[in-house]
Design a protein around this ligand. Structure first.
Ligand code: PEP
Ligand code: MG
Length: 286
């Protein structure tokens, strides 16, 4: 019966002590968006556009991007639609890129025509914002800024980017922490090996806290879009650190909404958790 009650979230997600958190969804296409909206998501916080092109024979052109985006953007009309530009590389490498080692935004910046085609297709409609995967530094964001008027977000997914969160926040409209890649990078683990996703490790928490601090210092919205965003152990800490948007799998929307509404004292909890970590001595550095 409890599960039933959480199946559809209603109203905005606000903690018991008044912190407003936007619950958004991770999606790859219209089916997930439909499920997420029906469950009470306010929009999409991560559209993984590359998943539609994993078997592409060449960089998708503007028309191909439009065909992919249209059904998703039609469902979202006016709501937040966070479109991540192609995050190829690593485990998401189509055959035509098999010999490249670059990933994420670095790979796209090596192929400016491919990036421009996607940005053109994404456009600048109300609610649409662009998310850049595996940002390395402020220059990555500035290079893309020259080609779109849409709000731009930087994904922080490596220890190196977290260390540069301040300069990246300064030139971004919002930040989004990709906790899946960030956790793997900080801990040196494989994100796909079972049982190794340990985002609650103090070394990872220290990086998340640093990013939260940078976002706050620059007045930027902070989203979390990795699996940690729907992890009941992580939600109190993330909200307590000032994370304003949790983007979660469509099937996790209602439970995440319920977890936020049940929260109280998250800010104090985050302070205590990070103080305990600091007292642990050296855990924050690797
Ligand atoms: C992440 O790395 O946490 C993330 C949200 O991006 P993806 O899982 O698509 O790499
Ligand atoms: Mg990632």
């Amino acid at each position: 019966a409890r599960r039933r009650a959480a199946a559809v979230a209603s109203g905005p997600a606000v903690t018991r002590d008044g912190l407003r958190v936007r619950i958004l969804a991770n999606a790859a296409g219209p089916a997930e968006v439909r499920v997420a909206l029906a469950a009470g998501a306010e929009g999409v916080g991560l559209l993984r556009t590359e998943l539609a092109f994993l078997d592409a024979a060449a960089w998708p052109d503007e028309a191909a991007h439009r065909r992919m985006l249209e059904p998703v953007l039609a469902l979202l009309a006016g709501r937040t639609a966070t479109v991540r530009v192609l995050d190829f590389g690593g485990d998401k490498t189509p055959p035509f890129l098999r010999d490249t080692t670059a990933r994420g935004i670095a790979l796209l910046l090596d192929h400016p025509g491919a990036l421009a085609a996607q940005l053109q297709a994404i456009g600048t409609a109300d609610g649409v914002r662009v998310l850049l995967p595996l940002v390395r530094d402020a220059a990555d964001v500035e290079a893309v800024r020259a080609h779109t008027q849409a709000p731009l977000g930087a994904m922080i997914e490596t220890a190196a980017a977290a260390a540069r969160a301040d300069e990246i926040a300064a030139v971004s409209d919002f930040l989004s922490i990709g906790t899946n890649d960030l956790t793997a990078d900080v801990l040196g683990t494989d994100r796909f090996a079972p049982g190794t996703v340990a985002t609650h490790d103090p070394r990872v928490l220290a990086r998340i806290a640093a990013v939260a601090h940078a976002a706050q210092a620059h007045g930027r919205v902070l989203e979390v879009c990795g699996e940690a965003a729907s992890d009941p152990r992580m939600i109190p800490l993330l909200v307590g650190l000032g994370v304003g948007e949790l983007s979660v799998g469509a099937a996790r929307v209602a439970a995440t909404h319920a977890a936020v509404r049940a929260l109280e004292g998250a800010a104090q909890l985050a302070r205590t958790a990070l103080a305990a970590k600091d007292a642990g001595g050296g855990a924050a550095t690797r």
